[in-house]
Design a protein around this ligand. Sequence first.
Ligand SMILES: Nc1ncnc2c1ncn2[C@@H]1O[C@H](COP(=O)(O)OP(=O)(O)OP(=O)(O)O)[C@@H](O)[C@H]1O
Ligand SMILES: [Mg+2]
Length: 179
Amino acid sequence: MAKILFITATNTNIGKTYASTKIIERLSNAGLKVGASKPIETGVDTIPQDAYKLLTAVKKNNVNFRDFTPFDITAYSFSLPSAPFVADSNGIINISKIIDKIVQLKSLCDVLIVEGAGGLMVPIKKDYFMLGFIKDFRNGQKRLLTWVKATLKAYLGLPYLIGGKLNSSNLEGFLRRKA
Ligand SMILES: Nc1ncnc2c1ncn2[C@@H]1O[C@H](COP(=O)(O)OP(=O)(O)OP(=O)(O)O)[C@@H](O)[C@H]1O
Ligand SMILES: [Mg+2]
């Protein structure tokens, strides 16, 4: 059964995509089939750039993602470079569609890296924040989700805080559990 790593942070532009590509590389090198998703991307001109970077990293090792375009690993992309709730001026975001996308992509890998939009407190819908989505998703998929907080501001070798525990060796533990 595939695992999901949800990459979030305290803010936007803090290193989520950077950390995600490093994790993709690391897990791929450890022999895992890794996938990625950027369910909501804002500030998209023509191509969702985060999705593009994640997909490029994934394609090196996972043939199941080979034919995908960046749009295939997103559920929503918006041109306005702001919080999803604001960028979604027509109110089209449907949480079920995001979950469906994640579940679909999860079936194509051993580990799915999911990059959040902005920080933990970014609104996705009115009064519904990224933090709430992670919690809801986590509760619905208890055994499938490990919550990763990547805080590159504190980048000291391995900044990945998995499952909320301040233990940088958790990524190694994650790898060992797969074996
Ligand atoms: N550890 C690092 N070393 C060098 N450059 C870094 C590091 N972490 C992030 N960066 C750079 O900082 C910038 C922002 O990083 P990144 O795009 O990963 O942030 P983000 O949290 O994904 O942003 P967004 O909220 O827009 O998704 C990028 O130019 C990235 O290359
Ligand atoms: Mg990013």
